[in-house]
Ligand binder design. Sequence first.
Ligand SMILES: Cc1cc2nc3c(=O)[nH]c(=O)nc-3n(C[C@H](O)[C@H](O)[C@H](O)COP(=O)(O)OP(=O)(O)OC[C@H]3O[C@@H](n4cnc5c(N)ncnc54)[C@H](O)[C@@H]3O)c2cc1C
Ligand code: SF4
Ligand code: SF4
Ligand code: SF4
Length: 390
Amino acid sequence: MRINTEDKSMCCGCGACVHICPQLAITLICDEKGFSYPVIVDDKCINCGKCVTVCNFRKKLDVSKANKVYALRSNSKDVLQISSSGGAFTAFSDLILELKGSVFGSILGDDLRVYHKEAKTSLERNRMCGSKYVQSDLKMTFLQIRELLQKNSFVLFSGTPCQVNNLYGFLEKVYDNLYTIDFICHGTPSPKLFLDHINMLKSKYHKDIVDYHFRDKKYGWSSTQTVLFKDKKKNASITVQKNANLFYKNLSLRPSCYVCPYRNHKYSDITLGDFWGGDKLFNIYDNKGLSQVITHTSKGDYLLNQLKTSYWLKECSSEMFTKIKQNQIIQPSETNKFWELYCDKGYEAVIKKYSKYSVKQIISFNLRKIVFKLHIQNIAFKIQALIKKK
Ligand SMILES: Cc1cc2nc3c(=O)[nH]c(=O)nc-3n(C[C@H](O)[C@H](O)[C@H](O)COP(=O)(O)OP(=O)(O)OC[C@H]3O[C@@H](n4cnc5c(N)ncnc54)[C@H](O)[C@@H]3O)c2cc1C
Ligand code: SF4
Ligand code: SF4
Ligand code: SF4
């Protein structure tokens, strides 16, 4: 018995099967859409079944419970600026770094590829801050984590819910020194499409790119993407937003995201998310972000109780939690046509057809930029929130 590699929707690409195979018979290979899947060399496989046992993605899940729900926000402007929401990840990872432990999370490397890495210092950890709307390559992190846990080091792993649950599958035993964080997950887009996007921007602007932000707060706590060129100029034009548009339309996601079993099943100690609407609930109108924190285990509660006073923290009622539960990701009917066009004609063809912005969207996007340039965002967002409240 060995894993069925035919059904792509049943694989999140975590690589646990690759690491567990005693025959080194499995390799992750990237398909034409840019997602990696296990491929087995028949001659090497001895049908031991270890790859089936290790894969948690295919197993029936127990329903997880939320112990407690909180709204959290850092008091530090710098932390808020580099975090997607209210800086909850920094709060929890600081606790592990203080214990001289290791934090594993996703970074955008110098080569503009998204992958998981270890951090031992706050400087290294800061590279993990901020959401990257690309599937993160776990590389060898599961093996590194097992080794650290066996040496009794504290480890915090942060990733998508499927990555967290498959880490538990890989480890095979419970470690008291392991803490895990996941997030409310909208799905992970193709890394190949993101690299195509970078190449498109390079050739449009005739400049090299040194950095990219998927959630730049230059224009508030929404999802403005910005690119940083080698000449240190930042650009947040509509063209830069085009890749994000495919993500929000659910077109560029990994097939497993459409059948994701983790929408309301979480195995992490803590789940994080954007606390959209929290501005109205808590009268915070500066548009700098707010995190929702859901603890699932006693370890999650323990970490939360260790948080320092540098964070604004409010426990929320169960009614508030119901409001922030997530929905299943609906696969758009044109998904197959989208990928056919991509494989046939390339990235710019799918951008042209599937990432159009309406005149209303362009006006509102540019208005937001003007409001920030004039430094009248606080007044503008307060008025906007009051109008919505009525
Ligand atoms: C692909 C993706 C989809 C998301 N969808 C939603 C959603 O639908 N609703 C919602 O409320 N929140 C969503 N989030 C979570 C949200 O954007 C924030 O990441 C979360 O609220 C934590 O914010 P923070 O301010 O505490 O910390 P931040 O500093 O923003 O934390 C970033 C953390 O996320 C991890 N991370 C970043 N990118 C990736 C990646 N590609 N793969 C794995 N781990 C990654 C980093 O390792 C780090 O631990 C999503 C995040 C991602 C990456
Ligand atoms: S989800 Fe992970 S363990 Fe399961 S088949 Fe895919 S790569 Fe292997
Ligand atoms: S059945 Fe065993 S030998 Fe074959 S691919 Fe799976 S883990 Fe490797
Ligand atoms: S939507 Fe589900 S399958 Fe897709 S990355 Fe998120 S947790 Fe994994």
